[in-house]
Write a new protein. Sequence first.
Length: 212
Amino acid sequence: MGFFSNLKFRGKLVILLAAPTACLLYFVGINIQHDGKEADNLEQMHETILLSVQLGHFLEETQRERGMSGLYVISHGAHFKKELEAQRTKTDKQLNELTLLIKANHIQDPQLLKKLYETLNFAYRIKQKRASIDHFQVSASELGTYYSEMNEELLDTVSIARDLNTNSVTYPLLRAYYHVLQLTEDIGQQRGYLTLAFYENKITEHDFARVV
């Protein structure tokens, strides 16, 4: 209990996120023999779970990159240059893994398929946004909006995948997984607004309303 209480808030959220993630991956790893339609349904369920988990991994990295990018721009490149470069590599790794998983999937639901490719297209705009960040052609507020909109796309995709799972075991796990992801995103956005206000020594009424 002492270890948990001494963790930073994000560390606690990571631990909370690890529980449903581990349970979901364990369920996917169970080798159950089924025939016909039941086997197809089980395969679809497994694939939506794997996609949801990978979307979550990518989301975690974009949240970190958003924070570092904001601090890099606010400090005019004086801080977080090396850290941001390293973080971008981690983000790209998860994006590549997500891309491979989406292309290899056999998802049959048209709504989820459409959303997956829309989200992927949105995510690949990150390279263009990074160029603007490197040349200080975008404000911290503007880049925060981009990352937040992308993360909302990721969360929306997870929610669609969640609702396709009607299994009494996996649906509650996916629901818990989604809510923890949403919580980390809400907190990340609020920290971004407060950090920007701190560095600029001001906070707008709009930012105050979004935080409070």
